[in-house]
Design a protein around this ligand. Structure first.
Ligand code: ZN
Length: 264
């Protein structure tokens, strides 16, 4: 196992060395994302780390989640946040982002497991506190994951803002954050579009959102992307988010992007 892990890491470094830095937000998504070579290395199943954003206990642990942790660029950020929730009235109001993220990640896990992928999660339930964002990245790094995907939903400035976006660390701090993370992000965009979702009207470009301020992405040393599935404050999107069938569509889109990236 150790020998294969070293080989996998080496392949990942080689994959990143020859690639150019991630282009700015004007980059258009590639129609056919190329697989990450490391995921094919060895005969064992690839390991994917899913990272459902926030946690159900964060709101009652304000001091703990406000603790500053490294942001990966020489500064610090709070350990974690409570996340957002759907707004408005009716049955789709008051659904928490942490619950959405955890449910979608579980659905992604089921799809990937059926396809022979080994899945680890950064948290095992939706009632705890944290973990901090730096620890979430460390989980993926420590198991030398083939890739890691964080699942979130956003609270956009306006209620009519809509659509998903996929963030990657930019400027890149490691080879995995150049070609491999961008390939993963593009595959996630394609996967979500394949489920009928449309790119954000308010962030990024064509569903891609390269940004410097997400500690989990900055600290990852494996291909990493963060999906903001929708604007929870948009009533139409809230109706989809709160519907189990809608969450399954998000999960299927994310799983499709992961499987594309793994070449499976
Ligand atoms: Zn979030």
């Amino acid at each position: 196992m150790i020998g294969r892990a070293v080989l996998v890491l080496l392949l990942a470094l080689l994959a990143g060395c020859g690639t150019t830095p991630a282009p700015p937000t004007t980059a258009a998504p590639a129609p056919a994302p190329s697989p990450v070579p490391r995921a094919r290395a060895g005969s064992g199943a690839p390991v994917v780390v899913l990272d459902p954003g926030h946690n159900g206990g964060n709101a009652r642990a304000a001091d703990e989640i406000a603790r500053e942790v490294p942001d990966g660029r020489g500064g610090t950020k709070p350990c974690n946040t409570t996340g957002t929730a759907t707004s408005g009235r009716g049955t789709s109001a008051g659904y928490a982002e942490h619950a959405f993220a955890f449910d979608v990640a579980q659905r992604v896990t089921r799809v990937l497991t059926e396809r022979g992928v080994v899945v680890r999660s950064t948290r095992s339930d939706d009632a705890g506190v944290g973990p901090c964002v730096d620890q979430r990245a460390a989980t993926a790094n420590d198991v030398r994951a083939a890739l890691t995907v964080s699942v979130h939903a956003d609270s956009a400035p306006a209620a009519d803002d809509r659509g998903f976006h996929v963030a990657v660390a930019d400027p890149a701090l490691a080879p995995s954050q150049r070609g491999p993370s961008l390939d993963l992000a593009r595959a996630l965009v394609a996967g979500l579009e394949g489920e009928g979702f449309t790119p954000s009207t308010y962030r990024g470009e064509s569903g891609l959102d390269p940004r410097p301020d997400l500690a989990g992405l900055n600290l990852a040393r494996v291909p990493a992307a963060l999906v903001e599935c929708a604007n929870m404050r948009n009533p139409g999107e809230a109706a989809v988010l709160t519907d189990p069938a809608g969450r399954q569509r998000y999960a299927d889109g994310i799983a499709a992007g992961i499987l594309q990236t793994l070449g499976r």
